[in-house]
Design a protein around this ligand. Sequence first.
Ligand SMILES: C[S@@+](CC[C@H](N)C(=O)[O-])C[C@H]1O[C@@H](n2cnc3c(N)ncnc32)[C@H](O)[C@@H]1O
Length: 219
Amino acid sequence: MCESRCKGRVKNAITATTFAILFRPAILYHWLTENGPTILELMRNSLFVLPLVISALAPGQQDTEVLAPYYETPEMVVDRMLQLGNLRPGEKMYDLGSGDGRIVVMAAQKYKADATGVELDRTLVKQSTKHLRKLGLTSTARIVQGDLLKQDYSSADLITVYLLPFGNEKLAPILEKQLKPGCRIVSHNAAFTSWTPVKIEEIASDGEGHSHRLYFYQR
Ligand SMILES: C[S@@+](CC[C@H](N)C(=O)[O-])C[C@H]1O[C@@H](n2cnc3c(N)ncnc32)[C@H](O)[C@@H]1O
């Protein structure tokens, strides 16, 4: 009996709320004060549950940190990074924080590597994936949407990164655990301070008046 009365109340509440929202806020207020406790409790509970529902709908995003803003590497510097990394046909390379996918594209197209980009930003992932499709590179190149700190790089031959120094600090222990011996790492502008570089390459000008520094490491 109580069940049918409660159902009736909820139905009435929905009808009255819809009506009141659409036509008369004063009626809503009056109705709410009359049926106060039940409805207000329902609303309070919904508000409490809402953040949990939202976080459940976006799995894996709660504790993700942005390790660098989007800023692209000029094409001539991309080429120098891949040369410095000695990327060979068929090798597996990963660009961590792949932006518009330019490093992945060049690695697959010019260097004939198997290239994977990891990118957090869904818009950049969509754009770069579309670009790879347009270039007909999808059999050897792809972009994975996700946190670069939560992927598996154990099969990588070459890793490229262009992150802020604190991003490299967070990434270093993960790469130390995962990378196979011999794996190469090229970092644009930021060093991995706990590692000793095999080589540092200076690019005095990228053609637009900017200088760049590349750090090459080998596991
Ligand atoms: C400086 S941009 C480099 C873009 C590209 N690699 C290049 O050199 O042209 C850094 C990229 O890392 C991405 N990023 C930042 N934090 C990330 C994270 N935790 N996981 C995945 N991508 C991330 C940003 O969205 C941005 O696109």
